[in-house]
Design a protein around this ligand. Structure first.
Ligand SMILES: [Zn+2]
Length: 286
């Protein structure tokens, strides 16, 4: 990526970090896999391992609950949706290294009612429809019906309740909510938003017998979560909630914390640049 190259050559990221003195980076992952199919939500095991080595050297990797206690520049690892590899790969790998992490769960995925339309689009070679689905112009269920594919085809991509329960008992793992069905919350009436957030929180608390105090907005950009959504999250008593707006943590409200997206196409060099927070500048250009 040309912009990244220019930033690296002129060390603009280091300069930016020096002046901004950002406290913490919340990294956003979804899956860690052997072979990357959807770069936007997957990173390879190899890249993940080198990133963790780098973070261990340069950052203090803390849990979401310790965000304000860290003295050093801190990093927080978060995984959205609840994919199988979070249990089969991430959990043992990070546990062995005593590294805390958070998983945000969409409860329908664990109830095997998952509509993982992004994998269907990939298989159909129709990635260009991603935006139309996120905007609510196409119903994901309709896409499955039209193409004669059962949503069950993708159920094995996600965790099951037993796996989540086991992880929830680890002091290194924080479980957060990520709605019931992963909708674009801005397309719903406030009663719908309350249902999606409240029912999934209650479900997780009953299944796991722990308080659920953290939340991630599905899709999480400015077009999918706004002040109204934030206030509903606050009403449900969440301590923190994360968006997908790209930035480091400074003094933002705790129910709209920005994150640094990690994608399969990024090299370690690209990720280092991102961790400086320099790409947050684009948030001000709109
Ligand atoms: Zn998600």
């Amino acid at each position: 990526m040309a912009v990244n190259r220019i930033i690296q050559i002129f060390r603009l990221d280091s300069l930016y970090s020096f002046f901004r003195k950002d406290k913490c980076s919340i990294l956003m992952f979804h899956r860690v896999v052997k072979d990357v199919r959807i770069a936007g939500i997957e990173i390879s095991e190899e890249s993940f391992k080198s990133l963790i080595d780098y973070l261990k050297e340069e950052f203090e990797i803390v849990s979401l609950n310790s965000i304000s206690k860290s003295e050093k520049r801190c990093a927080i690892l978060t995984f959205d949706d609840g994919y199988k590899d979070n249990y089969t790969f991430v959990y043992p790998y990070l546990t062995e290294r005593n590294i805390p992490f958070t998983i945000y769960i969409t409860t329908d995925f664990l109830d095997k009612k998952a509509i993982l339309w992004w994998y269907l689009l990939k298989d159909l070679g129709k990635d260009e429809l991603v935006k139309s689905i996120r905007n609510g112009e196409i119903e994901p269920e309709e896409l499955f019906r039209e193409n004669g594919v059962s949503p069950e085809q993708y159920v094995e991509e996600t965790l099951n309740w037993e796996e989540l329960k086991e992880m929830s008992r680890s002091s290194l793992v924080t479980i957060g909510g990520h709605t019931t069905s992963h909708p674009n919350l801005r397309l719903l009436e406030s009663s719908g938003v309350e249902f999606e957030i409240g029912v999934s929180k209650q479900r997780l608390e009953e299944e796991l017998e722990i308080p659920i105090e953290h939340f991630a907005y599905p899709y999480g950009g400015k077009s999918e979560a706004d002040e109204v959504t934030y206030s509903i999250t606050e009403k449900f008593g969440f301590k923190t909630a994360v968006t997908t707006v790209e930035d480091n943590v400074r003094d933002q409200q705790s129910i709209a914390l920005p994150r640094i997206p990690i994608s399969g196409n990024s090299s370690l060099g690209d990720i280092k640049v991102r961790l400086s927070g320099i790409f947050s500048l684009k948030n001000y250009l709109r």
